[in-house]
Design a protein around this ligand. Structure first.
Ligand code: F6R
Length: 243
């Protein structure tokens, strides 16, 4: 596990974007596994900026996102489809036909999940998977539990996740309670993993997840077993580790 220390959020975003852009330059037809949430927003802004300056070309890139809320339509501004279009896809020359997320509008969970696994298999899995880190150690929407779930599955969000996501919705009642998420095995099958973490509120979970016991109670702890993980974290997020 390689840890890259960034000064602050902007520095973290730039360093993470550098790693993603290196991947795209080295393999223009690569598959990027992407994440939503607030942490990667600056990374996507940086990538879009480099694209606009002519330094990056996404025309042959394929993307598979980690997760999507169940029940939200693509034009709902809280859907992850909308998020990705707003922060990245709509700002670069990516072919939208090569951008994939679980289908949140599919009410049949089993069907939605098997179809998404098939898509990931068809594109050959991610060359580089970008991850954020939840306060409870979740990655994607793999919440703490009794076992690591392998494949794409439907999850009922932990109360703490609903509360954390509440800030994006008009009220807590509007936060969807279920989501489709890529499973842990699929995440672990990515050739490279890049985790972005920012802020003092993540300091405790950074220490627990990356320096503590490997347990499904802290889903991100499984990343300790992957042989190519880079964590780009700012000083605040690393403050507990250094102590
Ligand atoms: C997003 C995702 C989540 C977030 C995590 C951290 O696709 O799967 O695991 O990465 O909840 O979210 P932020 O970045 O908002 O702190």
């Amino acid at each position: 596990m390689k840890i890259i220390k960034a000064k602050d959020y902007n520095d973290m975003s730039r360093k993470a974007a550098n790693i993603i852009s290196a991947q795209v330059i080295m393999k223009p037809d690569c598959v990027l596994g992407l994440a939503t949430g607030s942490t990667p927003i600056g990374t996507y802004a940086q990538l879009a900026d480099w694209y606009q300056k002519g330094d990056l070309d996404f025309s042959n890139v394929t993307t598979v996102n980690l997760d999507e809320y169940k029940g939200l339509t693509r034009d709902n501004d809280q859907s992850y489809y909308y998020f990705m279009n707003h922060h990245l896809f709509g700002r670069v020359n990516i072919d939208l036909k090569r951008t994939f997320l679980p289908d949140g509008t599919e009410p049949d969970s089993e069907k939605a999940c098997r179809e998404y696994d098939q898509i990931i298999t068809n594109v050959g899995g991610a060359d580089l998977q970008l991850l954020g880190l939840g306060h409870n150690g979740h990655i994607g929407f793999n919440e703490p539990g009794e076992a690591f779930e392998a494949d794409t599955h439907c999850v009922t969000l932990a109360e703490s996740t609903v509360e954390a996501n509440q800030r994006f919705f008009a009220s807590k009642e509007d936060v969807p309670r279920q989501a489709y998420t890529m499973g842990i095995r699929t995440i672990m099958q990515a050739k490279k993993i890049l985790v972005v973490v920012s802020g003092a509120d993540k300091a405790a979970i950074v220490k627990t997840a990356f320096f503590g016991e490997i347990t499904p109670q802290v889903p991100a702890s499984v990343l300790q077993l992957h042989n190519d993980v880079t964590i780009v974290a700012d000083e605040a997020a690393l403050s507990e580790v250094e102590r």
